[in-house]
Design a protein around this ligand. Sequence first.
Ligand SMILES: Cc1cc2nc3c(=O)[nH]c(=O)nc-3n(C[C@H](O)[C@H](O)[C@H](O)COP(=O)(O)O)c2cc1C
Length: 212
Amino acid sequence: MTEASTSGLNLTLAVTGASGAAVGRCALQMLLADPRVGHLNFVVSRHARRVAQEELTVADNVQSAAELAAALAECRPLPAKLRNLDPEDIAANIASGSYASDGMLVAPCSMGTLAAIAHGLSNNLIERAADVCLKERRRLVLAVRESPLSVIHLRNMLAVSEAGGIIFPVMPAFYDAATTPHAAVRQFTSRLLASLGLPQTAAFQWPGGDRT
Ligand SMILES: Cc1cc2nc3c(=O)[nH]c(=O)nc-3n(C[C@H](O)[C@H](O)[C@H](O)COP(=O)(O)O)c2cc1C
């Protein structure tokens, strides 16, 4: 059975070197646990490993994408549906539009990767796979993170949005009464995955009504 014919969605999660590694970790864990996802391609940029060491106290000796996936997934053995891809392997499956994929999430997405996607540079596997999603009209969600934003950042977001991508800033809501940072990350990631086509029934939903 080929990957493309595996039942369930075939998705890609890329983690880049913006702040917010906890969102990438949460997305990885939720996608691995989700029975609707049949296959998950996972790509981590070199700089994302550095940020994960800083923000998640991932060990300094974690070098390969496979080691980082194991550290972030916090489960062993890793589920068979996870496939680690090398960000420098421009010949990997997701680099081609002929590979049947259902969409891609970049979380968190750095301004550098955003710029490369906005301008179609395709210099590494993450940039190329995102470019493929745009040209094939597949779902592409970028959880961008920077503050404040320059005119260059804003123009690049507009360019990706005009090309069909979804710009979903790492910007948690404050009206769901999340009690811990972990709960806020999980609530934010739930909304993020919903925008990728995976609605989360356990997520907070605004009940409507008024307090008068
Ligand atoms: C601790 C740390 C935090 C960073 N936070 C951000 C950020 O929030 N947004 C951003 O665009 N870049 C951030 N950077 C810079 C990126 O890592 C850098 O631009 C890198 O080249 C991005 O490469 P990548 O997109 O290939 O991962 C951060 C770097 C470090 C070390």
